[in-house]
Design a binder for this molecule. Structure first.
Ligand code: NDP
Length: 332
C-alpha cells in the first residue's frame, strides 16, 4: 500500500563507506532518500550539503544526534562508524524512535549486540545489519542450495576474504575502536560459511598470523579458523588485512560449486561442477540492500538481516579470538 513512499535516511559517520558507496547508492534507490547527516567533522558539512541538498536542520553532530527524535523527515538512521561505536550510536538512534541500519561487524561483543537488539525492541523500531551479500542474487542462490542440497550433503566449505590495507594509523589497527582482520573482513568468510552450510558451528579453532607487527601489534592482521559442525564436517575460513583473497567454495557429496569473488561490490560470480554458470548480477548492491530494507519497513515485514544474525557472527568471532589467544591445538 505504501509502495511510493520514500524513507528519509540519515548517515552517521561520513567516512569512506558513506562517501564512496552509500551516498551514491542512495541516489539509485526507489524507496530511500538521503535526508540527513551526523558527523564530527564540520568541514564535511558544506560539501555534503551542496552535493546532496541536505537542509541545515538535518545536519547533526554526535552530541546533537538524539534531537533527530524531533525530525519527521528522518525515518532511518544508518550507523557507518568504527565497529566499537556501533552500539552507542545505534542505541541513541533507537531511543530517538528511528529505525536503525548498522554496518558490519555489528559490534565487538555479543553483549553489546544484545543491547542494540534490546534498545530497538523497546522502542519498537527495526534493526538491520549491513550484510550486503544477503541481498546479492548469486549469494542468495547458494543460500537456497544450503536448504535444498542439490549436490547432496555439503561436506566442506572454504571461505577466504582479505585485502592489503596500506594504512598504518586507522581504526582497523586500533583495538579500542574494534579493529582487527577478524572483525573487519572476517565476518564475510564466517557469515559465508554459515549461509553456505546452512548450519551453526559447534566449535572453533583459530590462530593469528602477523607479517607486519610494527603495524598490527594491537590487533590481528590475518586470522585463520576452522569451524566444526555437528555432522562431523569442518569448514575453513581465512581473513586478512595483509593479503588479497576472495573466494567461497562448497564441496558436496555429489559435486561442488564456488563464488569467486564472493564479497566484492560487483562481479560476484561462480560455477558448479556440472557446468552451471552463476553470472555476475549487474545491479548496485548497496542500493538493493537499502531498498530491500526500506520496503520491509514500509510493509511491516521482518528485516532480511536482523540484529540477531549479526550477533550470531559476533558470538563466534569472540570464540575465534579466544581460541587464537589460547593458541589452542590447531586442526590442520
Ligand atoms: P572510515 O574510517 O573511512 O570512516 C569512519 C568515520 O566514522 C569517520 O570518517 C568519522 O566520520 C567517523 N568517526 C567517528 N568517530 C571516529 C573515531 N573515533 N575514529 C574514526 N572515525 C570516527 O571507515 P569506513 O567508512 O571504512 O567504515 C565504517 C563502517 O562501515 C565500519 O563498520 C566498516 O566495517 C563498514 N564498512 C562496510 C562495508 C561494506 O561493504 N558493508 C565496506 C566498508 C566499510 P565523521 O568525520 O563524519 O565524524
Amino acid at each position: 500500500p505504501q509502495k511510493n513512499k520514500k524513507l528519509g535516511i540519515a548517515l552517521v559517520g561520513l567516512g569512506y563507506y558513506s562517501t564512496d558507496l552509500l551516498a551514491p547508492a542512495l541516489q539509485l534507490t526507489k524507496h530511500c532518500e538521503l535526508k540527513g547527516i551526523v558527523t564530527g567533522s564540520p568541514e564535511k558539512v558544506p560539501v555534503w550539503q551542496s552535493k546532496y541538498g541536505i537542509k541545515d536542520g538535518n545536519v547533526y553532530s554526535y552530541e546533537t544526534m538524539h534531537e533527530i527524535a524531533n525530525n519527521d523527515e528522518i525515518d532511518v538512521v544508518y550507523i557507518v562508524l568504527p565497529p566499537a561505536l556501533h552500539a552507542k550510536y545505534s542505541i541513541i538512534a533507537a531511543n530517538a524512535g528511528k529505525h536503525v541500519w548498522c554496518e558490519k561487524p555489528m559490534e565487538v561483543s555479543a553483549e553489546k549486540c544484545q543491547a542494540m537488539i534490546d534498545a530497538c525492541k523497546k522502542n519498537r523500531v527495526k534493526l538491520a545489519i549491513g550484510y550486503r551479500m544477503h541481498h546479492e542474487p548469486n549469494t542468495q542462490t547458494l543460500m537456497n542450495w544450503a536448504e535444498t542440497e542439490p549436490y547432496g550433503q555439503i561436506n566442506n566449505v572454504l571461505a577466504k576474504a582479505g585485502y592489503f590495507d596500506t594504512r598504518t594509523n586507522h581504526w582497523k589497527q586500533i583495538k579500542e575502536l574494534g579493529g582487527g582482520a577478524m572483525y573487519d573482513m572476517g565476518v564475510y568468510p564466517l557469515n559465508a560459511i554459515r549461509y553456505t552450510k546452512g548450519k551453526e558451528p559447534i566449535s572453533v579453532s583459530a590462530k593469528h598470523i602477523t607479517k607486519r607487527p610494527e603495524i598490527y601489534h594491537e590487533v590481528d592482521e590475518t586470522t585463520i579458523f576452522d569451524l566444526k559442525f555437528s555432522d562431523g564436517t569442518i569448514a575453513h575460513g581465512e581473513t586478512s588485512l595483509g593479503e588479497h583473497f576472495n573466494n567461497l567454495e562448497a564441496t558436496c557429496e555429489e559435486g561442488s560449486y564456488f563464488l569467486k569473488p564472493f564479497q566484492s561490490y560487483s562481479g560476484v560470480q561462480g560455477a558448479t561442477s556440472d557446468g552451471e554458470i552463476l553470472k555476475p548480477w549487474k545491479g548496485n548492491q548497496q542500493a538493493k540492500q537499502m531498498d530491500d530494507d526500506a520496503l520491509a519497513i514500509l510493509n511491516h515485514q521482518p528485516m532480511l538481516v536482523p540484529g540477531e544474525e549479526g550477533m550470531k557472527d559476533i558470538h563466534i568471532v569472540e570464540k575465534i579470538y579466544e581460541s587464537a589467544s589460547k593458541n589452542s591445538s590447531w586442526i590442520s
